[in-house]
Write a protein that binds this ligand. Structure first.
Ligand SMILES: [Zn+2]
Length: 135
């Protein structure tokens, strides 16, 4: 029983949060997770996770099925709620850096294979081409 009379927002209607989905299908048993940030409702984001990008890819490749909306919501934990967008972005970045959720890491690796700063600043050496005897 609650002591507060303030209205409770249902989880699916929650906005402005950093959230973590821990996959509990089959052998994953919460070992594979994803951390995201939303300004829209959690329900809206779960719709998009169900049909595209890394969560969809994890479920279809690992579990050979699309994730169910209710199951995604059940497996979602709110890590941080913040109405200031920049603080929310920073919180997401810190959460990903500290927790290293495997589904985020895989998605980043597959989308940005050359994102390593060392590769960007040190391109492979090209032999210097000189034209000789062109007169
Ligand atoms: Zn899984």
């Amino acid at each position: 029983m609650r002591n507060s009379t303030a209205p409770v927002t249902p989880k699916e209607a929650t906005t402005n949060v950093v959230y973590k989905i821990s996959c509990q299908e089959d052998h994953c048993d919460s070992s594979n997770s994803y951390i995201g940030r939303i300004s829209t409702t959690l329900w809206h984001r779960m719709h998009s996770h169900r049909n595209q990008r890394s969560i969809f890819q994890h479920f279809t490749e690992t579990h050979i099925m699309k994730p169910a909306l209710e199951k995604l919501l059940d497996q979602t934990e709110i890590l941080y709620k913040e109405n200031y967008f920049r603080k929310l972005q920073i919180s997401k970045a810190i959460s990903i850096t500290c927790q290293r959720p495997s589904i985020n890491i895989q998605a980043t690796d597959s989308i940005l294979p050359s994102a390593c700063p060392q590769e960007r600043h040190n391109p492979p050496m090209q032999p210097h081409l000189q034209e000789q005897g062109a007169l």
